[in-house]
Design a protein around this ligand. Sequence first.
Ligand code: SF4
Ligand code: SF4
Length: 453
Amino acid sequence: MFIFQFLEEKINQTIMISYIPNLIFLVIFSFAIFFFTRNILKLRRIILMGRDIDRSDRKSDRIKNMIRIALGQSKMVTKPISGILHVVVYIGFIIINIELLEIVIDGILGSHRFFSKYISTSLYNFLIGFFEFFALLVLISVVIFWIRRNIVKIKRFLSAEMKGWPKMDADNILYFEIVLMLLFLSMNATDLILQNREYYNQAGFFPISSFLVPLFDSFSTESLYYMERSFWWLHIIGILFFLNYLYYSKHLHILLAFPNTYYANLEAKGKFEILESVKNEVLLMFYPEKMQDKNTSQVEKFGASDVLDLNWVQLMNAYSCTECGRCTSECPANLTGKKLSPRKIMMDTRDRLEEVSVNISKNNGVFKDDANQLLDNFISREELWACTSCNACVDACPINIDPLSIIMRMRQYLIMEESSAHSDLNNMMNNIENNGAPWPFNQQDRELWIQEP
Ligand code: SF4
Ligand code: SF4
């Protein structure tokens, strides 16, 4: 009786021990998904703190825009070298993540190459070979990206706003991708040796990782098993870590490029939006009775001095910015040595937005004045007035971000709330108001030049 009890306990213990890796995987995976979801919901809350703007029109044009620009990367290839490398990394990232599905299933069930048992051998071999091919392409592209940033030192990556965290963030992601690709290929190489030694079932075709076999071939089967498991664990933990790093990084564009292109401004460039607050003021002057019915007695703020005066699309733009600097490298103000960089406008907006969101969370959902604002503390007046409103930055942006709309909103604040514009500009506006033209001459004197000798 005692012996049976002992054996039963031993069997139960063995079953428990064999399930421990699956349980650990499930816990890590659940935590990673939980934190990722929490961050995405937080991001949504922050973006929706912006003012309302209606972008629900022209749905089919918006979908086409999203497919062409975000999915098809059509604006990336205007700079062929970085564009093609980015397309390779992007496609590789998506394709290799299909492999992730199998890794997650293996992690939960404790299986080895789950799909190999359920799809044809030739298809499975083709897929694994394809993943490996793209892993190599991604590896090469990422190394070239690193060289361009750190050795060739391309000008647009060296601006003042790219010092400190932005540079570190860009490099971190490159190191991450290099490590993840190397782990993936090393995992496959050790798996291949274990398959050849009949420790694992034959599954997969390894055209790239087979070149790494000589590095591992001299190890014992037991050591190889632990190596393969270590690469497997580090690879999946690395991916889950990357998923949660996104929120803190410019790489949020991987996700936000899609809504960003969908909700982008579809109006002709150069067409300025009529401010609702200004429209209401004018209507109030002409039709006071009608407008009072519409409850417009509360005077709205004109333009934007801080992030909460911007609309939610502008706030989403700030989080979507990839900090690529294509806008700045096309900006005529920047190219002629002015202080303005449209990339910095987007980065400043995001930094201030983060500050405001921390303030709101600390104060139970209410923003407490912190004596800081986007205007002056982050973006100077000199930068705002340097803009020629040419739209080159909007045109150059690979994901249709609109830095000009933020600049114009802040200028509207300066003019309409503070009446603070350059004296030349003030003179011109006074002339338009009084003389109907930008010049300081009375309308009645317009034809005097005819009498000049
Ligand atoms: S619109 Fe302004 S910020 Fe954009 S490129 Fe032209 S000058 Fe530069
Ligand atoms: S606004 Fe667009 S072009 Fe400019 S840095 Fe950001 S992503 Fe690049």
